[in-house]
Design a protein around this ligand. Sequence first.
Ligand SMILES: Nc1ncnc2c1ncn2[C@@H]1O[C@H](COP(=O)(O)OP(=O)(O)O)[C@@H](O)[C@H]1O
Ligand SMILES: [Mg+2]
Length: 215
Amino acid sequence: MIILIGGEKGGTGKTTIATNLAAMRALTGRDVLLIDTDPQGSANYWAQSRDELEIMPRVACVQKFGKGLPAEVKDLAKRYQDIIIDAGGRDSVELRSAMVVAHKAYVPIQPSQFDIWTLNQMDELVETAKGFNPDLQARVIISRSSTNPSVHESDDTVEILNDFPSLSLASTGIKDRIAYRKAASGGLGVSELKPKDAKAVEEMDALYKEVFGDE
Ligand SMILES: Nc1ncnc2c1ncn2[C@@H]1O[C@H](COP(=O)(O)OP(=O)(O)O)[C@@H](O)[C@H]1O
Ligand SMILES: [Mg+2]
């Protein structure tokens, strides 16, 4: 399966979600490739730290840039069971071209920066991509939301999404938790982090199931 974690805004948790899903997928014994198309290279850096720290299973990662991406991804899909693409940057050629080959696209959005402009752009990108890739499913993940129960910043999200025909809301949201930062700095996913943050593991597990289903 080819999964895209993408979006135009930085800091929304794209790399965090992509690396966690990749680690979990690798832990089930699948041959997974992480493709980092963001010039910042954080996913690649994460995979390198994982290698340096000799964390098993290994997660293969390559950096790819430019509009040749769809052909390369299709080729790589013959050699890997799953591909997870981490694509950032404003209206980048990589983001657009990854949408042409992905089966599912997830767009993490922070509730605090939940702006209509970003969603509008993403909705249009998905709409265009569907011209080439009619089966593309695109979902918004509310990411880095507050763990404080008195903060209700994500409540209006479902309603706002009704205005965007190509985007729907993922069933799982990801909260802002220190465990994600700790795991990232050690080349890990939260499911591998000790001591374990049960709530982080639980929500990432739910997202994993939503993304990969029974496959
Ligand atoms: N759910 C989360 N909880 C806590 N920190 C997070 C979470 N998601 C991301 N971060 C932190 O926020 C920063 C940006 O996250 P990152 O995944 O790199 O975003 P993006 O790839 O969208 O730019 C990083 O320092 C990361 O560790
Ligand atoms: Mg990133």
